[in-house]
Design a protein. Sequence first.
Length: 359
Amino acid sequence: MAKGKGISTFRYKNAGVDIDAGADLVEAIKPLGRSTHRPGVASDLGGFGALFDLKNAGHGDSILVASTDGVGTKLKVAVAMGKHDTVGIDLVAMCVNDLVVQGAEPLFFLDYLATAKLDLAVAKSIVSGIAEGCKQAGCALIGGETAEMPGMYGPGDYDLAGFAVGAVQRGSVLTGGTVSDGDSILGLASNGLHCNGFSLVRRIIEEAGLDYAQPAPFASGLGLGQALLEPTRIYVKSCLAAIGGGVRALAHITGGGLVENIPRVLPASLCAEIDATSWTPPEVFTWLAKTGDIQANEMTRTFNCGIGMAVVVAAERTAEVTEVLTRQGETVIPIGTVKRRPENGPAVVIKGVEEAWSG
């Protein structure tokens, strides 16, 4: 068609979307996907859909469990620091830690990366983290999507979403339905903030006039941004090893903290009694509480406060489960007990919280 007078010829690339860059990224990350290969994978990256063979993975009669999540505004810290190789681990962790609480083994993972303009080096760094997270969880990275959306995101900004699918043998789903009065509650230590509360964290840092490049007030030898980007711990392999040994429920401690997440796996007639003095939170939490003048009760419903996963165990098998989890590399802390819930009483009672956070 002839070009009309005064009308320019446009190409998609002129509008900010580079199709060639997307194709180059797919080729660049194929080895990362292959590095996460596991039994059941039946296709390579780059197809319209990804294939997974449940029977080949050893799950002939299983229930599929799916989870999706993101990294939240922790990405703003990654962008500010120019450090993108750990948020992919966070992305996988937020999804697979949710799968394992129902007893499911994560099988495969897909990611979604949206940005204003695709930067191949940044994107490959992000996917390298996703691949590392998949290796830690024992699942395969089998597909994903990258979207360039100029006008939707600012320069250098991006967002991530993850999608994980797992399987659990029929009849072995953890629902919390067998949790009983007197059961023990074990806490698996977190390694920091994980992915929750970063909007508040960023606000505190801004109000305090701090810079991500300066030394972290709570972590010797690390910069502030570097310390905040410590990736979420992945509890999959340790929890799978412990399931069947008396574990009655698992609760991933994410947004809502201990207060909101533990009740999700308890029958309505029961409550959790937690002793906040039974563990010492990582220093980042006490620093945030003091710097931001955050009340103890607000801390326990915003952050994980040092406990990334709660494990409800039959009382008589507490030592056995503790041994298994410890052998798998977890720091295991007895943090509470399941009790009968008083009429109109709270689902979680945290004792000693003011004492624990007085420092």
